[in-house]
Design a protein around this ligand. Structure first.
Ligand code: AHR
Length: 515
């Protein structure tokens, strides 16, 4: 493993203590320089008809012997409620551009089956459709984000879907909805006009998709006080040209433009979720932090065409993507989730918080049983992943005011790349009740770090917190050991005068509350 090569900011010292070193780090919390509100929607989730995300994960049906609430798994519902999911994207992903919504309404026994061509050729029985999704959002108190079918669906089909969901009047689709047992329209704000339209969503070029977007979006109407927030299908990773062409040609007609970014280092061999070495760990976190440059560059293009920041950047797919778990269907993308995944989540949020003047939503892929999931299920069993715990520990930042936290950390150069990785990362905010929260991540696998944070503009007397760590970075929760990795009370922080001192063990994530 390469040693630390660069010091980006001053002030980091290493004190050798027996075999291990404890890096002394300084930081300043500028509580007197409040930034913008961190939109809760950057903590969004994504539910796709893929593997056992929907069937078995969220939905088991009313007749299942798995305890359920009107067909939704009760254990999963409760876990998601605790997470405070602000927005849920559905039904895909690639699935969305082959999904015909009319197949998923009405009496279940009459719903036609389809082949899920994108994801293992599994037979989809359409028992979870529009009503089931929107009712789930109501149960969770979450905002729905629907991805419409542009790739293989018609303009008429999409227009009618909007009408079915949001029209209160005596319109044909509202009547159909009433026949299906739902009297009042739902409120749906976020509407995706296609997904990955450069790939599984239709293999289009950006110039062509721009016109297609304009056509489909024209007929996505605002019914009866419902106001759609229309999201154009955006780029993946480094495809800055896609963003440029969309901003040039569609600019004023979209409310949001999406972006997808996964931490994959090699698409031909993504690596195991649970068996990896130190170098792979640091490389993955390097790729994770590489999202900052990608976000900045897409934002710079958007700023050029839209200096008033009217169009939102919507990172509606992100996260880790490993090889599937041995013995599982390769088309179902079922992966484990270790403490390394938790670090990807915390570092990513630390970055997101800095760009929320433009970045208004993010949706990790996917909520249950697929990529970097919150929850894994197996029959009646369920376990929460380390990533879930980070989402729960960080949800104190939802809709809170961003506070700059300047950490004078060393940065590690990531082998074979241009990425550098902060060894200590963090973020801070003040919530509507005036409480300040600070989240800190010690990326270092071997060494503890002691950080002295000068508190400016806040007179805090008490600190409490939670920590997420484990003996090994590859530790993960299984159905046999569902609580191997879980948060614990943290007592390593003290306040003396205007200095907050925090001793972070190696490979740990902490969230503190100051009062
Ligand atoms: O998240 C899995 C797939 O990744 C999604 O369906 C697609 O949009 C992306 O390529």
């Amino acid at each position: 493993m390469k040693t630390i090569l660069s010091i980006v900011l001053m002030g980091a010292l290493s004190i050798v203590n027996c075999q291990l070193s404890i890096a002394q780090v300084t930081a300043v919390l500028h509580a007197d320089q409040a930034g913008s509100v961190i939109p809760k929607e950057i903590y969004g989730q994504f539910a796709e008809h893929l593997g056992s995300c929907i069937y078995g994960g969220l939905w088991v049906g009313e007749n299942s012997d798995i305890p359920n609430t009107s067909g939704y798994r009760t254990d999963v519902l409760n876990a998601l409620k605790a997470l405070k999911v602000p927005v849920l994207r559905w039904p895909g992903g690639c699935f969305a551009d082959e999904y015909h919504w009319m197949d998923g309404i009405g009496p279940k026994e009459n719903r036609p089956k389809m082949v899920n061509n994108n994801w293992g050729g599994t037979i989809e029985d359409n028992s979870f459709g529009t009503n089931e999704f929107l009712n789930l959002c109501e149960l969770l108190g979450t905002e729905p984000y629907i991805s419409g079918n542009v790739g293989s669906g018609s303009v008429e089909e999409m227009a009618k879907w909007v009408e079915y969901i949001t029209s209160e009047g005596d319109s044909p689709m509202a009547r159909l909805r009433r026949q299906n047992g739902r009297d009042h329209a739902w409120r749906v704000k976020y509407w995706g006009v296609g997904n990955e339209s450069w790939g599984c969503g239709g293999s289009m070029r950006p110039e062509y998709y721009s016109d297609v977007y304009r056509r489909y979006a024209t007929y996505c109407r605002n019914y009866d006080g419902n106001r759609l927030f229309k999201v154009a299908s955006g780029a993946s990773d480094y495809d800055y040209n896609w963003t440029k062409v969309l901003m040039e040609n569609v600019g004023s007609r979209m409310d949001g433009l999406s972006l997808h970014y996964y931490t994959v280092l090699n698409w031909n061999s993504k690596g195991s979720a649970t068996q990896f070495n130190e170098e792979e760990y640091y490389k993955t976190l390097g790729k994770c932090c590489g999202i900052e440059d990608v976000i900045k560059r897409h934002i710079a293009i958007m700023d050029f065409y839209d200096p008033n920041k009217r169009v939102a950047l919507m990172l509606d797919e992100w996260g880790t993507w490993w090889d599937v778990e041995p013995g599982t269907n390769p088309g179902h993308l079922f992966q484990q989730n270790s403490l390394r995944d938790a670090f990807v989540a915390s570092l990513t949020f630390d970055i997101f918080h800095k760009y929320t003047e433009r970045l208004k939503m993010a949706n990790i892929a996917q909520v249950v049983n697929v990529l970097q999931s919150m929850i894994l299920t197996n029959g009646k069993q369920m376990t929460l992943t380390p990533t879930y715990h980070v989402f729960r520990m960080y949800n104190v930042h939802q809709d809170a005011t961003y506070l700059p936290l300047d950490i004078q950390t060393i940065r590690k150069e990531v082998p074979d790349s241009d990425w550098t990785l902060p060894m200590l990362s963090g973020t801070a905010s003040r919530n509507q009740q005036g409480k300040v929260h600070i989240s800190l991540t010690n990326v270092d696998l071997q060494n503890a770090q002691e950080v002295s944070i000068t508190l400016q503009g806040i007179n805090a007397k008490q600190v409490s917190g939670e920590i997420l760590t484990s003996a090994n970075i590859a530790d993960h929760n299984t159905f046999d050991k569902p609580e191997l990795v879980k948060p614990a009370v943290f007592s390593g922080a003290t306040i003396i005068g205007n200095t907050l001192k925090v001793k972070l063990p190696a490979k740990s994530i902490v969230t503190l509350e100051l009062q």
